[in-house]
Design a protein around this ligand. Sequence first.
Ligand code: NCD
Length: 312
Amino acid sequence: MIKNRFFNRNIVSIRDFDIDDFTYLFDITDKIQTLKSRERGEIAKGLILGYIFYEYSTRTRLSFESAMSSIGGRSLGISDVDSSSIMKGESYADTIKTISLYSDVILIRHPSDGSSRYACEISEKPVINGGSGSEEHPTQAMLDIYTIFKEKKRIDGLSIGIIGDLKYGRTVYSLIYALSNYKVEIHLVSPSILKVRSESIYDISNKVKMYHHIELSDDLLEKLDVIYVTRIQRERFPDLQEYKKIQGLYTIDENILKKSKPDVSILHPLPRVDEISPSIDNTVNALYFKQAAYGKELRAALLSALLHEEPF
Ligand code: NCD
């Protein structure tokens, strides 16, 4: 067994991980799916995932819970802060400290950038960032790349389009940082007010080829192997009028598929609003629900590796 690269680590930023870490994680994600459920159910017996979500979640929370349960562990946490002592005025630091006393690993989603990094200073146990403001969502990027790898059998050499809200979408930043480890071409497509924050990608701008576009043109569509679609992050918009102007700007539908490579893969971290027409859900190109399903497997592997020096 090769050395576990994740044991006891905090998963705060995807920037803390390199290509060997990804290869290791993808390998154990493949392996965990081949275990018999009895064997798999022994991995985290007696261990607890604690979580707190200061923002809404469906997939991140449920896939982590489902993953933990599939390896025999349990989850406890707060998904609605209105029902917690935070409403009595308890501080973020005391809340994190308390959750970490009752669990073996903790998962946090919070609207502030830096919230997970700060939690690491307080928590007694490893911290997983389940989304920090518009900064990062590292486990989402891990499962995004895993999905691309499973589908395309490679990452190097691909042309990847990332479309939508590139300014506020935290999954976008984690994905770009992760992809910068590979030899890919990244095409960033957004209206100018939602362009990627240049200061946030400054340090990788020489490491990976990135091109900026306002339009999802026919020429570009002919080139792309993967189209990663994102939701306009309405909740982070200072002005709702601005939001309304750009809503529904790049809807992916049959017409877009017709102009794309026949084997183009459509990904989306979900939830979608109107960026992808449900009419393409049953095409071979639509990978977003498969991606969500891989989220559970990858997170089960990740939890196993965080919790045990020899994951399984
Ligand atoms: C994303 C998030 O919370 O950043 N959701 C997710 O975890 N899959 C994307 C989004 O909310 O648009």
